[in-house]
Design a protein around this ligand. Structure first.
Ligand SMILES: [Zn+2]
Length: 298
């Protein structure tokens, strides 16, 4: 039995998986944003709820929207910035009285999908979460590659490559830089671009619906988004040359992306016969929590 927690910016989810990966129990609640102590309490409450059904476990894996600074053991690079500099490992293991393993949520996605998801059997997998923010994770042989400073996959904070005329203004990112990939390809970045063009504020889903109904400006924003995501992914492909790319997060639910991205990515990749599959996460928005549970498999 494996217990996993996905500590996300909008929801916290806890799952119990059998040794074979069958979901035995799951619960999810909204994240008490900005309230660290309330989040710790909510995780404890959800874990206790699950354990009442599946039995008490002595270890748990937790996916977080950031990583652990190897020098300080504290959270770094979380786009839920109130998590940064917290000693989450000690705080959670103390409250839960369990052994805790923490990993970046995009790494959890990559491991989950490489294990028994869309990229099952692929040796080198790059996974991107396109949600509130934008995270990247790398799975090598089914194990997350974290890097010396635990920043492997922090692709969202490189600058968007091959900027167009309209992108030159380079929006400010929470990380302190301008023009980060995240400010374009996250769900929030997509919405911002629609607002910039129309003056209207709509959800990403509503913009996509307008595009499907033939709205011209929504179509422009969507096509720009495909171009931006293609340029951003090709910069990964030109370095890592993965066997498979998996997309997760809210924006990954846009079905048209899987038809439109390949030809656009091909324009920027330095290969004549590029055909790397770009696939939607098989386990949907539960992929991160499954990858978190799998943190204790190795
Ligand atoms: Zn940034």
């Amino acid at each position: 039995m494996y217990l996993g927690v996905d500590w996300g910016g909008t929801k916290i989810e806890v799952v119990a998986l059998s040794d074979e990966g069958k979901q035995i129990a799951k619960i999810r609640k909204c994240t008490p944003k900005g309230d660290y102590d309330a989040c710790i309490e909510l995780v404890a409450e959800l874990v206790e709820y699950l354990e009442a059904r599946v039995g008490v476990q002595d270890r748990i894996g937790v996916g977080i929207p950031g990583s652990i600074n190897p020098s300080t053991n504290r959270i770094q690079n979380a786009n839920s910035i109130w998590l940064n500099n917290r000693d989450l490992m000690s705080d959670l293991s103390g409250r839960l009285t369990k052994q805790v393993r923490l990993a970046n949520d995009a790494n959890c996605l990559a491991v989950s999908e490489a294990h028994d998801g869309a990229a099952s059997g692929a040796s080198v997998v790059f996974a991107a979460i396109l949600g509130t923010g934008c995270g990247g994770g790398v799975s090598l042989g089914g194990v997350a590659h974290e890097g010396k400073f635990r920043i492997a996959g922090e692709w969202g904070h490189n600058q968007l490559p091959w900027l167009s005329e309209t992108e030159i203004t380079k929006p400010r990112c929470y990380c302190g830089k301008n023009g980060c990939i995240e400010t374009f390809v996250s769900g929030v970045g997509f919405q911002r671009q629609y607002t910039r063009l129309t003056g209207q504020s709509l959800s990403a889903e509503d913009v996509i619906e307008k595009h499907r109904a033939g709205d011209r400006k929504a179509g422009i924003v969507y096509r720009n988004y495909v171009s931006q995501l293609s340029r951003a992914l090709s910069s990964v492909i030109n370095v890592l040359d993965p066997d498979c790319i998996v997309l997760g997060g809210g924006m990954s639910n846009i079905e048209e992306l899987y038809l439109d991205l390949p030809s656009e990515v091909r324009k920027w990749v330095l290969s004549d016969n590029y055909d790397t599959p770009i696939l939607q996460a098989k386990h949907g928005d539960s992929s991160g929590v499954r990858g978190a549970a799998w943190l204790w498999r190795h």
